[in-house]
Write a protein that binds this ligand. Sequence first.
Ligand code: AMP
Ligand code: MG
Length: 477
Amino acid sequence: MALSIPFHNTYATLPERLFARLAPTKVRAPRLLQVNTGLAEELGLDPAALASPEGVEILAGNRVPAGADPVAQAYAGHQFGQFNPQLGDGRAVLLGELIAADGAPRDLQLKGSGPTPWSRGGDGRAAIGPVLREYLISEAMHALGIPTTRALAAVATGEEIFRDEPQPGAVLTRIARSHLRVGTFAYFAARQDTDALQVLVDYALARHYPQAEGALGLLAAVTARQADLVAQWMLVGFIHGVMNTDNTAISGETIDYGPCAFMDQYHPDTVFSSIDRGGRYRYGHQPRIIQWNLARLAEALLPLIAPDPDVAVEQAQAVLAGFADRFNAAWLGGLGRKLGLSVAQEGDRELILDLLALMAETEADFTQTFRALTAAAVQADAAPAALVAWLPRWQARLAAEPMPPAVRQAGMAAANPAVIPRNHLVEEALAAAAAGDMQPFEALLAVLRRPYETPADLRYTLPPPAGQGPYRTFCGT
Ligand code: AMP
Ligand code: MG
């Protein structure tokens, strides 16, 4: 069946200095690794057509589908605090936009699709391991209810790419509400291109925040979305790992799954990324980093906020100051739901902070602890023994709750996942996939699609076996 994709190309109609127009680079022998049937349907695409030889040619970048107008986007970014004025899509092309079932547009982007003017000496390619890792973890985040880019498909290229050692290449089809980043604005601010900034502000508002107005309205909207997003990361133990401003989306979606990972044992200083030696992007630092990134967005927008720079700074600071309340409400409310607290009370914050401190001290598994507390909502002896010093306070606090225990437990079960992408299981699935066996990947993905249900195979809920040593992640470039 012929594949017809009803592309819109709104980004490609913006001024030419926002992007480079180019087609993906062809690959030798495309082979489908995975296609996301449910997502395809949400996008109005026929999954069988995507999986057909013609579809795979498109997903590999070997054929530009009718109606597409492929571009690589320009952006800059603060990487570990250092401004790089020239990043851009070095290994990705945006084929165009599709209108999803919810009526909102989505970008369809090929990642690992060959060099672009922004490749800076890189090969423009991606390896199969990182591509499947992004597929798995971004879909897990979506199933957890956390805003994220998504994975529509992964194809192997039949070509080897060279990293530390030769690896099979792959292309990921990434779906995003847009690929606008904080760094997109910084790129044009660094060039004092106020006209381009205005175009971007108008475009971002129309696409993401139609109810907001002007650059200040955009800043406020992004600040609110990012506060909510990072609070949600914190509530499931997600560590992004490389929160550079080029990896901070204007849409408020989680983007760029390089060195990210979920925490097993709770500790606020947890870092997985091998390149994050100073721990800049450690778990407990994420709220402060996102504020720093939002300040970089504010800086880029200043010339559009008010003609008088002092006034602009003052107005931007007032908006940024709203982050703390928004984040705290989302974080505290979320932890309240995790603990079965439906009405906020004086002292809840201390109760929560003391629990977390005790969890850190006792090296508690983050996910399992909250799941055990969920069970303890109806069956007191299910509570983790390590929390014995804290449990009576929680139980006393629950006595002030209006909900019957069974209702409380159902609410907690919907806030505390049984399954997260456990690092050791992700590695196992990727190793099998690299050896040609997609079964462990598919089995893990199926369980991750229902994270709030206890799976039949309890292995998926368990922390890594003792003695595995610290987990390390890599950027996957
Ligand atoms: P990331 O670490 O994925 O956020 O990428 C940072 C920058 O490096 C972006 O401009 C990417 O497009 C670029 N980049 C990453 N990997 C490659 C690659 N293999 N070839 C060319 N550019 C790359
Ligand atoms: Mg990136």
